[in-house]
Ligand binder design. Structure first.
Ligand code: CR6
Length: 804
């Protein structure tokens, strides 16, 4: 969109005055943000309307990305850049005495996700809009997003994330599009043999639409998030008049609790009934909404697969399969066979993990009570599937039980998703191979054509263009700005790899970003870090498999080394951690305490002359990542091989010119393929070695400790009073390492130490280091989510681009 600066200034002053009821000089930062965001929302509304009209006129196939999480972060900068008015707005605001950057920082993150999975969903929406693909998100409008983390006395303490406290400027409530979702009840059959539900507890699902702005292409797609409300009455008047004040509101609270709060677990299934309610709530609302708008087109329902694709992001929305079947059969009068054929064509599923604790399972008992008709349908899907298996496997009942969707009173959602989808994809090459050859091998054997890989991606517009404007400017200066439309063009940078001026500029930008991060650290942590030290960053959820413990043990080892020889020639390091732990994940929370305890000790120890600093940044979030990642020298991607399905942080760091220290896990494997062995620092067990260790049951931690005095020393320090007077404080971590080292921290320790030594040497060779950075940036384009989305669109959804 085009707008003149003076027009913008007039619009803005008017908006700011109207919204705040104050002279503009007296307005608060929030007023200024509120006015700007509201104005931008207005500016993009005509594109939003036109995009929908265009899709309707052309009857374009619509993709609906169903996800229980969307971790979108802030919108303002993205939207200003997307509609192409950022520069005008920045200048206009400056002339009015305001600072755009400051205004942008007022926006609260929309943090409706835990980590990679939710962030991936948000990035995919961005890419679909940027590529003019008619694709929309469907999820839950949680009143509270992922908790806010504070570090108090070294411990994580959680606070509610009241992100809706101030108005959410971006969303529009669409009351007329509300639908009813029915829980509980009794299944009945009418005289025509049709099933219906009676005595249900209905809930009103109210959609809130958020615009998803493309990149300078006039496309605005929609993220629709559903909120739960009571139907009809706010509270029970009879109870209220009897004086039962609290009970009178009970129904309202019960219903609203459905969309109240995001479950704070990453890759862990808690199996709570409220979660099951959340899942069916948004799935049913989303599917009903889709069917309703499809029917408006007047096309027969049995052709819906040519117009609609539903993507099931992990298993949480897998009930979409059964909900479609319910609507096709019970409401649209289709036969089971016809309904099944269409459902399969409409649905596709992504698997995001092989961790067994993350695989969603529901007890038949609670499921059947809450969702009786959906349960019947899943039972029938299972019955038919088991019948096929029985034939395929020559009546081998054990095989049938192994693969059944319902077995031993448990419903396995991944199996439902596989059976009911035409496509099943993993999120990185290695992960997909593990699915095919190990975890889901039986399913791969009978449905080989369903399985495919779609390596994750990140949106280079948020993570490079917007988060790292200085680097973007340097890149554009050398190769033009084609890379913004197509990130593969970043490859052009290789031409300048030996250009000293280019190298200098890359170095200057990194230093500037490091200086900015150092300011942030000083302000938030009160720690003064050496801006010339290596900024080594480990930022992601806290999880044993991600091995923050390995990192901190290595830090302790370096510290011990310096204590023994304070004058050692040593490249100064700043080890930066950022991670939230699930509130009920005790050992993860103790790991945070450990990192902070080690940090306190090291940071205050004058003997080592500030050669190491350890910083734990609280409340890791999308906006913190936007500051942290551009300032990183070394990216820690050190999960136990086979455990990290893909990882996406790894891609963001690489794109910002960090060098990765990595195991050959998840998408690290593909990063390695891209940059070559010289430009990534690999260590640790390979996939084969990990499986061998698991299979042989011969892993002996004591032997490793006996052979490695460095390791023995740091392990002893966990419980000998070195870190804390309370010798029990880290007992659980010690025990998990020494007696149950499931994630092979001890096994990989030596190789990790050596990898860090290599990093140190590379860093000392300035030219070599800068070349590594440049190669990483130049090869990061393949990890743009645009590429990933084009692969989903052609390989899974058969969706076309619909440009203006
Ligand atoms: N925790 C994977 O662990 C992957 C993302 C997105 C995860 C991670 O490796 O990059 O999904 N898995 O595909 C789940 O959430 C179940 C994650 O974010």
């Amino acid at each position: 969109m085009g707008i003149l600066k003076d027009t913008f200034k007039i619009d803005y002053v008017k908006k700011l005055t109207n919204k705040s009821g104050e002279d503009i000089e007296k307005t608060s930062n929030w007023d200024q943000y509120n006015a700007l965001a509201s104005l931008v929302r207005e500016y993009l509304t005509s594109d939003w309307v036109n995009t929908n009209d265009r899709y309707n006129e052309k009857k374009s196939k619509q993709v609906y990305y169903f996800s229980i999480e969307f971790l979108t972060g802030r919108f303002l900068l993205n939207n200003l850049v997307g509609i192409g008015i950022k520069n005008i707005v920045e200048k206009g605001l400056k002339e009015l005495g305001f600072d755009l950057e400051e205004i942008i920082s007022v926006e609260k993150d929309q943090g409706l996700g835990n980590g990679g999975l939710g962030r991936l969903a948000a990035g995919f929406l961005d890419s679909m809009a940027a590529l003019s693909i008619p694709g929309h998100g469907c999820g839950i409008r949680y009143n509270y997003g992922l908790f806010e983390q504070k570090i108090i006395d070294g411990y994580q303490v959680e606070f509610p994330d009241a992100w809706l406290k101030d108005r959410n400027v971006w969303e529009i409530k669409k009351l007329d599009k509300a639908v009813e979702v029915h829980f509980y009840g009794d299944v009945r059959i009418d005289s025509n043999g049709k099933y219906y539900l009676e005595n249900t507890s209905p809930v009103l699902a109210v959609p809130y639409d958020t615009p998803i702005v493309g990149y300078k292409n006039d496309v605005v797609n929609t993220l629709r998030l559903w909120s739960a409300q009571v139907i009809n009455k706010e509270f029970d008047f009879s109870k209220f008049s009897r004086g039962e004040y609290m009970n009178a509101f009970k129904k309202k609270y019960d219903v609203e609790s459905i969309s109240q709060v995001l479950y704070p677990n990453d890759s862990y299934d808690e199996g709570k009934i409220l979660r099951l309610k959340q899942e069916y709530f948004f799935v049913s609302a989303g599917v009903q909404g889709i069917i309703r708008s499809f029917k408006k087109m007047g096309i027969p329902i049995n052709k819906i697969y040519d117009y609609v694709s539903i993507h099931i992001n992990d298993t949480h929305p897998a009930m979409a399969i059964a909900e479609l079947m319910r609507i096709f059969i019970d409401i649209e009068d289709l036969s089971w066979e016809e309904a099944w054929d269409i459902t399969l064509k409409v649905c596709s599923y992504t698997n995001h993990t092989i961790l067994s604790e993350a695989l969603e399972c529901w007890h038949v008992g609670i499921f059947k009570e809450l969702l009786p008709r959906i349960f019947m349908i899943i039972e029938e899907i299972n019955r038919r599937f088991c019948k096929d298996l029985f034939d395929i496997y020559n009546k081998d009942q054990n095989k049938v039980n192994d693969m059944a969707i319902i077995s031993d009173g448990i419903i396995r959602m991944a199996y439902l998703a596989i059976v009911g989808s035409h496509s099943v994809n993993g999120v990185a090459k290695l992960h997909t191979e593990i699915l095919k050859n190990k975890e889901l091998h039986d399913f791969y054997t009978i449905f080989p054509a369903k399985f495919n890989n779609k390596t994750n991606g990140i949106t280079h517009r948020r993570w490079l263009l917007n988060a790292n404007p200085d680097l973007s400017n340097v890149i554009t200066k050398y190769i033009g700005d084609y890379w913004v439309k197509d990130a593969l063009n970043l490859r052009e940078l290789i031409k300048y790899i030996d250009d000293e001026k280019f190298q200098d500029e890359i170095e200057i930008v990194k230093q500037k970003n490091k200086d900015a991060l150092a300011d942030y650290i000083l302000e938030h942590n009160g720690i003064k870090v050496n801006t010339k030290s290596i900024f080594d960053v480990h930022a992601k959820r806290l999880h044993e498999y991600k091995r923050q413990t390995l990192n901190i043990l290595h830090v302790m080892f370096l510290y011990n080394k310096l204590l023994k020889n304070p004058d050692l020639d040593f490249v100064p390091r700043t080890f930066i951690f950022a991670a939230k732990a699930a509130p009920s994940y005790y050992i993860a929370k103790q790991t945070i305490k450990l990192i902070n305890t080690v940090g306190d000790k090291i940071n205050n120890d004058k003997r080592i002359k500030d050669k190491i600093k350890v910083v734990f940044l609280e409340n890791y979030s999308v906006s913190l990542a936007e500051i942290l990642i551009p300032a990183t020298d070394v990216s820690e991607q050190i999960s136990t091989t086979t455990k990290e399905a893909s990882g996406t942080g790894n891609m963001k760091f690489m794109m910002n010119g960090a060098v990765t220290i990595a195991t050959l896990d998840g998408a690290n494997v593909e990063i390695h393929e891209e940059v070559g062995t010289d430009n990534i620092v690999l260590f640790g067990l390979t996939e084969e070695e990990v499986y061998e260790l698991y299979e042989k049951h011969e892993y002996n931690t004591q032997a490793i400790i006996d052979e490695d005095p460095r390791l023995k020393e740091v392990l002893d320090q966990l419980k000998n009073g070195f870190l804390s007077e309370d010798k029990e404080l880290f007992q659980i971590i010690y025990d998990s390492l020494v007696y149950n080292d499931e994630y092979f921290v001890l096994k990989d320790f030596d190789s990790y130490v050596k990898a860090h030594e290599r990093i140190e040497n590379y860093y000392l060779d300035r030219e070599r280091w800068l070349k590594m950075c440049i190669i990483n940036i130049a090869h990061s384009g393949v990890f743009s989510s645009d590429k990933t989305i084009l692969e989903y669109a052609s390989g899974i959804w058969e969706a076309q681009r619909v440009p203006k």
